[in-house]
Write a protein that binds this ligand. Structure first.
Ligand code: KIV
Length: 272
């Protein structure tokens, strides 16, 4: 069955909801800087996530835990300056909301005020209910994130698929329903069985965006550096790579080094 794809000038939470309603899949990618965001936005992506995966991809940390609120704001403001069409969501980083709901609201307001982003994403369910409600009551769109929540990696102990067991699956469904009832405009489900993600997408009316959660959800998100094949070390089953930028960039750098060493660059016409 073909789905109608409606061209929109600027993506809003309202339009994301309409995409789900008419069965148009939502495309989402991460961005952390101006130049990449400009290309991704112009290509027509629906949602740009300024993910705390910047901690891994940009800063080279092993986990997402070290990245700070100030650093997220720096990345987010760079992205927002480039974007004309996409809806920009920013992760609340570890340590910026877990203390209490006032701290969570303060962090969310800082992101919105200092970066110009359009909404925030937050990891967790029942345990962050008060924070979600408080942020929403300030008029800030909130996206939930359940399943593999990388900020809890030391609790999980592994990046393996979550919610395979009945009890964890039931808790995830309860949390998903709760986040919708709170007023979240969407939900990311990371690395859970496709059948569970399907059940959540059917039960909830808000858009469900999956990463490693199968095809039966309302949209997909990938980390841009991963789908571009920049990072050769990260190759999970769910990742489809659309380019081999690692090879393309390596060749370009090698050619440049060679040209400099052999005095081929710069040539006449390439200087003043
Ligand atoms: O930080 C991130 O990039 C994310 C995605 C993996 C969903 O949260």
């Amino acid at each position: 069955m073909s789905t109608q794809i409606v061209q929109v000038k600027k993506v809003t939470t309202h339009q994301l909801q309409e995409m789900k309603n008419r069965g148009e899949k939502i495309s989402m990618l991460t961005c952390y800087d101006y130049s990449m965001a400009k290309i991704v936005d112009a290509a027509g992506i629906d949602v740009i996530l300024v993910g705390d995966s910047a901690s891994n991809v940009i800063a080279g940390h092993e986990t997402t835990l070290p990245i700070t609120l100030d650093q997220m704001i720096y990345h987010a403001s760079s992205v927002v300056r480039a974007v004309e069409r996409a809806f920009v969501v920013v992760d609340l980083p570890f340590g910026s909301y877990q203390g209490n709901s006032s701290e969570a609201l303060r962090s969310a307001i800082r992101i919105m005020k200092e970066s110009g982003a359009h909404g925030i994403k937050i990891e967790g369910g029942l345990e962050i209910k008060e924070s979600v409600l408080r942020i929403l009551s300030a008029g800030i769109p909130v996206m939930g994130h359940l399943g593999l929540t990388p900020q809890s990696i030391y609790k999980f102990g592994t990046y393996a698929v979550r919610a395979k067991e009945e009890a964890e699956a039931a808790k995830l469904m309860e949390d998903a329903v709760l986040l919708q009832e709170c007023g979240c405009f969407g939900l990311v489900l990371e690395k859970i069985p496709a059948e569970l993600a399907k059940q959540v997408s059917i039960r909830l009316s808000i858009p469900i965006i999956g990463i490693g959660a199968g095809p039966f959800v309302d949209g997909q998100v990938l980390v841009t550096h991963d789908m571009l094949g920049i990072n050769k070390e990260f190759q999970p089953r769910f990742l489809r790579t659309y380019a081999d930028l690692h090879s393309i960039m390596t060749d370009a750098f090698k050619n440049y080094i060679q040209d400099v060493k052999t005095k081929d660059f710069p040539k006449e016409g390439e200087y003043y």
